[in-house]
Design a protein around this ligand. Structure first.
Ligand code: 5GP
Ligand code: ZN
Length: 114
């Protein structure tokens, strides 16, 4: 059994509100939402963080972008606006060492981020 929380969610060993998937990526609701829409998009296979992404992940990355657009459309925030955020490494506050994209929307957001 993997020790990685998001690998365990991808394997359905840990429950999550899964809302969509593509062949290589999975989307589920963040357990501690920071906006009316807060979804996490993860690769099904373990990748620790941004530095692990290479040219061989081009197809996976395309799925992340396509799924983010589909989810934003379904949530009704495609036009009003949304953020797609990766926290990579300690300075950015990455707390789960399995790369993930936060899709956030449904409220006005500040810039710069904290
Ligand atoms: P990070 O801080 O690494 O960028 O984001 C990790 C995210 O994972 C946080 O927004 C946190 O709320 C979410 N998270 C942590 N544990 C769980 C869990 O068990 N289930 C779900 N659905 N989200 C989680
Ligand atoms: Zn993992």
């Amino acid at each position: 059994m993997s020790a990685c929380l998001f690998c365990r969610i991808a394997a359905h060993e840990v429950p999550a509100q899964i809302i969509a998937e593509m062949p290589d990526v999975l989307a589920f609701k963040d357990v501690n939402p920071q906006a009316p829409t807060h979804v996490l998009i993860i690769p099904k296979r373990h990748l620790g963080g941004m530095p692990d992404l290479t040219d061989e992940h081009a197809g996976l990355l395309a799925q992340v972008m396509r799924l983010a657009n589909q989810l934003a459309q379904a949530a009704g925030i495609a036009t009003s606006g949304f953020r797609l955020v990766v926290n990579s490494g300690p300075d950015a506050g990455q707390s789960v060492a399995h790369v993930h994209w936060h899709l956030l929307g449904g409220r006005r957001m500040a810039w710069p981020p904290g």
